[in-house]
Structure formats: structure tokens, C-alpha cells
Ligand binder design. Structure first.
Ligand code: LMR
Length: 329
């Protein structure tokens, strides 16, 4: 059972696999909130498979998708408390712990996943990762989902004025909240597992997410309009409880890091593919009105949202902004 397996401590892991009994296996519980066919769902399963294969089954990665174990927010607390060993939350969801990570939420900060990767691997990204380590969690990898689009029930969103009277579901991040306030809308934090029901009950009438998450949560069944805006990036930090990580034998750490490197590389193009597929699906289903944001419209959104950069700099320092690709073009 989970309880029995979880009781095995990593410290007791002998080097010689042959000598291990069933009870001495290392179990890594990996909890996440999305479906199995999403970029994160597919990547976590592939990671589990590689680690199991490469340790001859002595390290078992149990993946729990769909908020089955923990919802947003709960999963980070559970990781800190050592109740789960691995999670891969969207960067917005770790901002209650390290608010500087909100830099990833800034609208129109990145144009491509390549730009995101460069930023995360660069000096500002290194400092962001260090801040997580200081909180007792090890960032081991960074996985993509993609760029967010806007959906709502009232009208096609073309200009900033079109956001009036809308109430958006957001992930927990002040930058996201302010983004919608600057556009004249309201925003309310809801966990991912609630997205469909708050929209269906019309408690809220709008949301932002990637094509993959929109289709995963059947948002297109309860929303009438989508604007393809690619305004914000959504990606994940793969996190492990630091105490657990440090107790793992070197050889296990190496297998894990190696598997993560391979999966990270693999999942980048997969994420793009999944989102393209879901976009094609929405284009063909005739179930939602699609508006592609024009360059002129995008300029208006960018202008309306510019104050976010200033308020971010004031709060957390201009240095995070200086390294954004946007400022290097
Ligand atoms: C969301 O809550 O909208 C996303 O963070 C879900 C996810 O993990 O992709």
C-alpha cells in the first residue's frame, strides 16, 4: 500500500539492488493537478518509467494526476511537510513562497519557449532557483506547457475595453490579478480542479489557460469565445522535498537527474505538439468562437499592461526584468 511503501526511508537504500527486499524500495510520490494526456501528465509518466527501468524497479515513482492527492496550494504545503516527494506546479503557484517567480507571469514577457529556457538557464533564473532551495525545496527541472489564451462568455476580446464586466478565474499570483485589473476586469483565485464547475455555474465568466488545459478541463463546453493571444507563459518547476533529495544515494540522484534531463528535452516539443493539436481540435469542433489577436490589438493590450512591469520592479527589483528577452531584443 502507499502508506507502507512511503514509510521506507531513502537513507536505508543499500547500494546493491540485489539485496533489497520489497519493503526497502524507494518510493517517490509525484502529485500533480492535470490530466494524464497533458504535457505534464505525459512527462511525469515517462519520468517514472525511465527511473524505474534504470534502477531495475528499486526506485518506484508513483504518479498521482488530476488533483487526486492534492489540489493547488495543498501540494506545495504537502511537499514542504514531506507528505509527498515530488510535484511540478505552474510557476504562478509557487509565488506565495517566492514572489519573485511572478516575473514568469508578466504578460508578453516571452515570445517563444526558447526564450523562456534561456531566461530560466540565465543569471536571473539561477537566482530564482536558489530562492526555492532556501525554502527547503530542490528545483530539479523546468517543464513547458505553453502560452495562455483568453476565454469568456460575453464577447470576442479584441481591445482592452472588451474586458469590462468580466470575472476571470486565475491561479494564485498578484501579477495575474493586476493584469486583469489593468484591463478593467476582475479576477478570482480558484484551484484548477474547480475551473470547469465555476464556469459552468457561472460564478465566473472568463479564464485564461493553454489550449491543452482548456481542452483538458472541457472549458470549451462552458465558454463561448476564445482569443488566441499567447499573452502569458505557463510552465512548471519540477520540485522535490530537499531533505528527501539529500538523503538519496548519489547513484539514485544521478539516475533521477539524468532521466529528468532526457524527459525535459523530450517534453518541450511534445508540449508544443499537444497545444497545436488542441488548437486544431477547437478550430474544427465549431464549439467556440475563435478570434486571433491582431498585431495592432496586441499593441493595445501591451500598452494597457505596461504598468505591471513598473510595479514588479518596485516590489522585487528591476534586475529580474532586465534579463527578460523582451528587453534584449
Ligand atoms: C492551472 O491551474 O490553470 C494550471 O496551473 C494547471 C496546470 O498545472 O497546468
Amino acid at each position: 500500500s502507499i502508506v507502507l511503501l512511503a514509510a521506507c526511508s531513502a537513507r536505508d537504500y543499500p547500494v546493491d539492488h540485489e539485496q533489497l527486499s520489497e519493503e526497502e524500495r524507494i518510493v517517490i510520490r509525484f502529485s500533480h493537478v492535470v490530466g494524464e494526456e497533458t504535457p505534464k501528465g505525459l512527462a511525469s509518466r515517462r519520468f517514472a518509467k525511465l527511473v524505474e527501468e534504470r534502477t531495475d524497479g528499486f526506485v518506484e515513482v508513483q504518479v498521482f494526476p488530476n488533483s487526486f492527492l492534492y489540489k493547488d496550494g495543498e501540494e506545495l504545503d504537502a511537499l514542504l511537510a514531506g507528505e509527498v516527494e515530488m510535484i511540478a506546479p505552474a510557476t504562478s503557484k509557487i509565488t506565495s513562497l517566492v514572489p519573485e517567480w511572478q516575473v514568469m507571469d508578466l504578460p508578453f514577457a516571452f515570445r517563444t519557449m526558447e526564450e523562456v529556457k534561456e531566461y530560466i538557464d540565465g543569471p536571473a533564473g539561477e537566482v530564482l532557483k536558489k530562492k526555492l532551495r532556501e525554502q527547503g525545496i530542490s528545483p530539479l527541472a523546468f517543464w513547458d506547457n505553453g502560452f495562455k489564451q483568453m476565454t469568456n462568455n460575453e464577447r470576442p476580446l479584441r481591445n482592452p475595453e472588451d474586458f469590462r464586466d468580466l470575472q476571470f478565474r486565475i491561479m494564485e499570483s498578484d501579477v495575474l490579478k493586476e493584469q486583469f485589473q489593468l484591463l478593467g476586469a476582475e479576477a478570482k483565485v480558484e484551484t484548477f480542479d474547480q475551473v470547469f464547475s465555476v464556469l459552468e455555474r457561472q460564478t465566473l465568466n472568463a479564464q485564461e489557460n493553454t489550449f491543452s488545459n482548456i481542452v483538458n478541463r472541457k472549458v470549451h463546453h462552458v465558454q463561448d469565445y476564445i482569443t488566441v493571444s499567447n499573452h502569458g507563459y505557463l510552465g512548471y518547476v519540477v520540485l522535490m522535498n530537499d531533505q528527501f533529495w539529500k538523503k538519496l544515494p548519489d547513484e539514485v540522484q544521478i539516475v533521477i537527474l539524468d532521466a529528468l534531463e532526457e524527459v525535459t528535452e523530450w517534453q518541450r516539443s511534445l508540449a508544443e505538439e499537444v497545444n497545436r493539436e488542441k488548437y486544431d481540435y477547437l478550430s474544427a469542433c465549431q464549439c467556440i468562437d475563435i478570434h486571433e489577436l491582431s498585431d495592432a490589438e496586441r499593441k493595445q493590450w501591451e500598452e494597457a499592461l505596461l504598468p505591471l512591469y513598473e510595479s514588479f520592479s518596485e516590489r522585487y527589483g528591476a534586475i529580474y526584468i532586465d534579463y527578460l528577452p523582451k528587453n534584449k531584443r
